[in-house]
Design a protein around this ligand. Structure first.
Ligand code: NAD
Length: 341
């Protein structure tokens, strides 16, 4: 039985990741360490609570004593590290919280993993090397693309432009250093924007859904022309699964769907679907779209070259944006949980 520590397992991606692992690897023992910030959705994990191979621990990843005690108690084989403060706007208001959680928290986890795995009694060197630390980073660490053609490739330098992406890049540097200095078996993922069921409504897609269904203004930054690549969260889970089991130690992998859309076109797509599924009497939902000041540190475009993950572990996304967004909007019309309400 493999024992896996999943941090941030009560968050948007974490809940999907836990459900993915539970379904495919029922013999794995999954420990979810999460301190349940505003972004957590513990209700989504209710079904897991009946699983004897699941344990929830409420706690902070930067609590070194707690994290070390969990390693001693559960003897983790691997770590999937998702816990983070994850919203750019909040990082602009409270950057030190992002440094504490995203950088210090990652350092605490790395040190605990290294100490436990390296010092575990009676194990050969190969056992130390088999323990994997998977760090879930973001495409935002590359900074912005200012044209519509270039793609970020893994060896490019990290040029983060806001406190969130800087804290993720800082954590990445620590992960890399534990691989290089101590031989820890690390893998770093850099994923594009995720969407799917249960995302907290501060993020673009659930925000548009929430405002539209509440008949409130849908506020887009600037002219809505920032471009993001939208990856369905289940495709992110399949990528993490492959990289946990087959990724090469010390490597970073871009994860993207090649579904680039402006924020304005995302909002339009959602409104048009809502017009079909839940029409308003006298207007289209698109009439709710308004524009506000551009946010400081806004990156114009992110887009990834994903040849490495496709060629080395055979991953490819399975859900196109039109299909994924249609499912989500249909779900939102019947159940507000779809967009984190
Ligand atoms: P989220 O904000 O929805 O969830 C984060 C989770 O981490 C929450 O459950 C929260 O309670 C927990 N958490 C926060 N601080 C903690 C702490 N100090 N100790 C323990 N738990 C803590 O985030 P998400 O969208 O699920 O993202 C998960 C990871 O994926 C993050 O590392 C994020 O940077 C990365 N990522 C997200 C996206 C995306 O589009 N959502 C894209 C690329 C990468």
């Amino acid at each position: 039985m493999r024992k896996i520590l999943i941090t941030g397992g009560a968050g948007f991606i974490g809940t999907h990741c836990l459900q993915w692992l539970e379904k495919r690897y029922p013999h794995y023992f999954l420990v979810n360490l999460d301190n349940l910030t505003y972004a957590a959705r513990p209700d989504a994990l209710e079904s897991l609570h009946h699983n004897p191979n699941y344990c929830f621990v409420r706690g902070d990843i930067s609590d070194s004593g707690l994290v070390k005690a969990l390693f001693q108690r559960f003897h983790f084989d691997h770590v999937i590290h998702l816990a983070a403060e994850s919203h750019v706007d909040r990082s602009i208001v409270d950057p030190l919280l992002f440094v504490q959680t995203n950088v210090t928290g990652t350092a605490v986890l790395l040190q605990a993993a290294y100490e436990y795995w390296f010092e575990a009694p009676n194990q050969p060197k190969s056992a130390f090397e088999a323990h994997r630390f998977l760090y879930v980073s973001t495409d935002e660490v590359y900074g912005a693309l200012n044209d519509n053609h270039t793609l970020f490739v893994e060896p490019m330098p990290l040029v983060p432009n806001n406190p969130y992406s800087a804290s993720k890049a800082g954590a990445e540097c620590l992960v890399r250093s534990y691989g290089h200095t101590y031989g820890l078996n690390t893998v770093i993922t850099r994923s594009t924007n995720n969407y799917g069921f249960g995302q907290y409504r501060e993020k673009l897609i659930p925000m548009v859904l929430h405002c539209a269904l509440a008949d409130e203004p849908i506020l887009l930054h600037g002219t809505g022309d920032s471009i993001r690549d939208w990856l369905h969260v289940s495709d992110h889970c399949s990528a993490m699964d492959l990289l946990l089991h087959k990724g090469q130690p010390g490597q970073c992998y871009n994860i993207g769907a090649g579904m680039e859309r402006t924020n304005l076109s995302v909002a339009h797509a959602i409104c048009t679907l809502l017009d079909a599924y839940k029409p308003l009497k006298n207007k289209s939902y698109t009439s709710l779209i308004e524009f506000c000041a551009e946010r400081p540190g806004q990156d114009r475009r992110y887009a990834l070259d994903t040849r490495k993950i496709r060629e080395s572990v055979g991953w490819k996304p399975s859900i196109g944006f039109e299909e994924g967004i249609q499912q989500l909007v249909q779900g939102a019309v019947v159940c507000s949980d779809a967009y984190g309400d």
